[in-house]
Write a protein that binds this ligand. Structure first.
Ligand code: MD3
Ligand code: FE
Length: 224
């Protein structure tokens, strides 16, 4: 069922079944009620992203003129982020095979023609833990390459319910989202009441930000 796309980069097509996708969509809707989507901006230039974002968990990823960073509060409401959705937490437990609970769950909202340019995820202080990605809504063309921006790239389609685990030798590869595809099955792929327009996509990434404890079963280290 799972496919190794590259060393450390594992695709689990249909990891979440239809019931789990609906449950996660409801949990994300509740999370976004508490922490409304915001439009991130590029450091220095202030150019807005086409993807809207929110977060759940002790820390959230934000970007504005001052730069990229993780912080404990919503950039507009000043409130702490809500708890990570239970269905996403269960996916981390099943797939991450790692150290400590995730500290951040970044919620990306794609409303066509939103896209995400080729980038590395390197704002974390912990690269030994994997990133776990979950997709809902419309399919997307995901592109990934190597450790250098100019390395050759490959593309795969990510569909609703797919999980991707990004760890090991792939943790710092360049990747992005080139485009969305029309959802073939709105009932199965668009259980996103209220928080995305028809044809939209939602991606959750679960991350460690700070080093956790080395030994399993021990309480996690403080994050601040
Ligand atoms: C490869 N999100 O939030 S998920 C991101 O579909 C991000 O919204 C994309 O890239 C999305 O940073 C892709 C798959 C993914 C996530 C994190 C990675 C691939 C990755 C980190 C390192 C390498
Ligand atoms: Fe990324």
């Amino acid at each position: 069922m799972a496919t190794d796309l590259a060393p450390g980069l594992i695709h689990h097509p249909g990891f979440l079944d239809a019931a789990a996708r609906l449950r996660l969509a409801d949990e994300v809707a509740a999370s976004l009620d508490a922490a409304p989507p915001f439009t991130p901006r590029m450091p220095r230039t202030g150019k807005p992203f086409s993807v809207r974002m929110s977060n759940a968990g002790p820390l959230g990823w934000v970007s504005d003129r001052d730069g990229y960073r993780y912080q404990a509060t919503h950039p507009e409401t000043g409130e702490p982020w809500p708890a990570i959705p239970p269905t996403a937490l269960a996916a981390w437990e099943a797939l991450a095979r790692c150290c400590a609970p995730p500290e951040a769950c970044l919620i990306n909202l794609y409303d066509p023609p939103a896209r995400m340019g080729l980038h590395q995820d390197r704002d974390e202080a912990e690269f030994s833990a994997p990133v776990v990605s979950l997709s809902l809504g419309a399919p997307a063309l995901f592109r990934y390459g190597g450790l250098r921006r100019t390395d050759p790239t490959r593309s795969i389609r990510l569909r609703a319910g797919d999980a991707v685990v990004i760890g090991g030798a792939s943790r710092l590869i360049f990747h992005g989202v080139d485009r969305l595809y029309p959802a073939a099955d709105l009932l199965a792929e668009h259980p996103l009441p209220g928080f995305l327009p028809t044809g939209g996509r939602c991606n959750l990434t679960l991350r460690r930000v700070n080093p956790g404890t080395a030994r399993p079963g021990e309480p996690d280290l403080p994050t601040s």
